[in-house]
Design a protein around this ligand. Structure first.
Ligand SMILES: [Zn+2]
Length: 67
């Protein structure tokens, strides 16, 4: 009787933003990279990779569009 708790231990506290992928007309979350320099992720429809660079003065918009 083993009771592994592997589920639910992912990405707690990791920053993300919502992005609209115009290629597939879908919103998805993308997460900050390990360096903290950009948000990176993939379109859930076509798996296109995008990244949103983070400025030092902060990102004042929570939602971005990918082109
Ligand atoms: Zn797409």
């Amino acid at each position: 009787m083993s009771n592994d708790k592997t589920a639910g231990a992912h990405g707690v506290g990791k920053r993300f933003i919502g992005v609209k992928f115009d290629c597939c007309q879908v919103y998805a979350r993308i997460y900050i990279n390990n360096e903290g320099t950009a948000y990176e992720g993939r379109c859930p429809g076509c798996l296109r990779k995008i990244s949103v660079k983070i400025r030092k003065d902060g990102v004042n918009c929570r939602f971005f569009s990918a082109f």
